[in-house]
Design a protein around this ligand. Sequence first.
Ligand code: NAP
Length: 277
Amino acid sequence: MDVYGLVGNPVGHSLSPPMHETAYEELGMDAGYVTFEPDPDDLAAAIAGAAALGVRGLNVTIPFKEAVLEYVDPDDLAARIGAVNTVDFGTDPPTGYNTDAAGVRRSFEAHDVALDGRSAVVVGAGGAGRAVAFSLADAGAEVAIANRTVERARDLAADVDRYSGSRVAAHELDELDTLVGDADVLVNATSVGMEEDATPVPAEALHGDLAVLDAVYRPLETRLLHDAAAAGATTIDGAWMLLYQGAEAFERWTGRDAPVDAMNRRLRAALGSAERV
Ligand code: NAP
């Protein structure tokens, strides 16, 4: 049996096991997906141990996404983002990818939203914000980043400028009204709205020409997406990004196309039941 898994701490409520196991069932693969929760000090041993035991691939989540860079050979995009969420043990040293960025790009593609030459606003400059900003800039969008801690937005904008050659502006959150009014694309990459009825973007700023992706997926319909739909915008919930980062990881590990429809159905069923708890 081929073993894949997730390493993080905590990993208890992860949706990755049902999503990946659905893919294995759908394609008749002899494979399993296991969660691992090492002590934060034991990451080096965990990665070496996984390699020695023949684990084929690992997803990586909080708090290890940055620290794992030391034990893998990151591809260009993961190195620029400064975080790895997918490790492929098919090489020595293992290769590190950041499939959150592909998750963003493929979410927009699946909703027929073009990014090249469009004006995009990213709210947030943490781990997700970094992946979103690089993804949008690489797809040819003109990116503006707003973050509560504006220094973090400035640092991220400077990194995207330096590594992707795109001009990126950094802003305070209170500039969102104007920024979003002029934008084609908006992504929430903050944790605002997660298990709470709150939004980082004033409802009055939203308009019908926007496409809005919320990285938050609990709940699926966040306050931001509710307000965006009311304004006539195209809305894309966080389960799409989660689906496509998982699909991209599956494809890197196996070289096969991910059965995204089956994975999507399973993911949404799991999120529905999680919400009822
Ligand atoms: P993170 O690194 O901790 O960053 C958190 C971000 O949220 C920072 O920009 C932070 O601003 C901002 N923030 C937190 N509380 C805030 C508040 N009250 N007001 C304004 N801004 C606030 O977390 P992350 O890993 O980037 O994750 C962010 C969200 O994305 C989470 O909900 C996570 O579940 C989601 N996510 C989804 C996917 C997916 O596949 N759908 C993938 C990755 C992450 P400061 O810099 O000022 O602290």
